[in-house]
Design a protein around this ligand. Structure first.
Ligand code: SAH
Length: 334
């Protein structure tokens, strides 16, 4: 279902039906998980026929599941036989799913597996919602956290991603709290601004990965369009407007961005900002020119940030051994 509550409400109003029926329809779809309109016992027969004429319910399916300790990786088949993946992680605070937002990705980050395949299309809203619904069905438990950090650039598929968040966040939808949802972007500035103006409590994470334009240009082509200095200004505006802390993602690439000088430059760049830096151990892929940073260098890097009063954590690792890294399962199955 691509339809948010607002879209359903508009439809109901146009049919001279009561708007609150949207809530009932949401309950059937997302809480009772009944997709057969004929079963909607509190919805009148006439409205049911109108719903059937207007709204189609389409499905994706689970193609493959790989299981590791505390992690399950799902490969989904879409109706046009494209494939995307999602990862379920068991944290001490709950169950979190990392969803994909596009088939492929056009951002072309040099170290990332997803971008090996150019974007073929956006994911529809329902294709994102169903990644979670199918996982919940499979594990017979509720997902508590969602991160939009799978294949794709969510802000390159802005409208569908925003509708997805509305549906999973709706109390009668999947009821996942705003603060339990995170959107991760490589830094599409106009969309960060649009997102900021929604004034939501949803978390924003920025894939920064380099403390200077020179280095960022080399590993993230998006920086040639939206440069680091402008991105930092936008993040500052975002923090001021929303009063929310922003996550800075920084993937640790051996001898590329993990040197002492990089840690010093990053500290200067982020000085005084309400951010926390998440150092991501690199999952090695077919991009042989990149390798993961040595553990002692990650710790050294982290200590330099701490010394400069920057909040920092080292991301816990899940599933490196089950090809949970960004796009690996899919590119293998292609
Ligand atoms: N396009 C969005 C979201 C998808 S990528 C973004 O750029 O934020 C999610 C995160 O995983 C990004 O920070 C990305 O840079 C990082 N990433 C990509 N390939 C990786 C790899 N092989 N190992 C570790 N992190 C990786």
């Amino acid at each position: 279902m691509n339809y948010t509550k607002e879209i359903l409400e508009e439809f109901l109003s146009s049919q001279n039906e009561k708007k609150f029926k949207a809530t009932q329809i949401f309950e059937w779809l997302y809480q009772k998980k009944d997709y057969n309109f004929d079963n909607f016992s509190n919805v009148g027969k006439d409205l049911i026929s109108k719903l059937k004429e207007t709204f189609k319910v389409e499905f994706i399916s689970i193609e493959k599941v790989l299981e590791g300790p505390l992690v399950k990786k799902f490969l989904f088949r879409l109706k046009d036989n494209e494939k995307v993946e999602a990862v379920l992680m068991e944290h001490d605070y709950g169950l979190s799913v990392c969803v994909s937002s596009e088939v492929g990705c056009n951002m072309g980050c040099a170290f990332c597996e997803s971008g090996r395949l150019k974007k073929r299309r956006n994911l529809e809203t329902y294709e994102m919602v169903e990644q979670i619904i199918l996982i919940e069905d499979y594990i017979k438990a509720k997902v508590s956290h969602v991160v939009i950090m799978g294949i794709g650039e969510p802000f390159d598929n802005y409208d569908n991603v925003i509708n997805f968040v509305k549906i999973i966040n709706d109390a009668k939808g999947l009821a996942i709290g705003s603060r339990h949802i995170t959107i991760s972007t490589c830094g599409i500035i106009p969309k960060i601004e649009e997102f900021m103006n929604l004034d939501w409590q949803v978390n924003l994470a920025i894939s920064l990965h380099a403390p200077t334009n020179e280095l960022r240009n080399k590993i993230m082509p998006v920086n040639k369009v939206y440069s680091l200095d402008k991105l930092i200004d936008t993040i500052k505006k975002y923090i001021q407007k929303t009063n929310r802390r922003v996550t800075i993602e920084y993937v640790m690439l051996n001898m590329v961005n993990d040197r002492e000088i990089d840690a010093i430059n990053l500290s200067k760049l982020l000085k005084g900002m309400n951010v926390y830096v998440n150092l991501i151990p690199y999952n090695e892929t077919a991009h042989i020119e990149f390798s993961r940073s040595k553990k002692e260098n990650v710790i050294k890097f982290s200590n330099i940030l701490k010394k400069n009063n920057i909040n920092v954590t080292i991301r816990k690792e899940f599933g490196g051994n089950i090809k949970a890294a960004c796009g690996q399962l899919r590119s293998e199955s292609d």
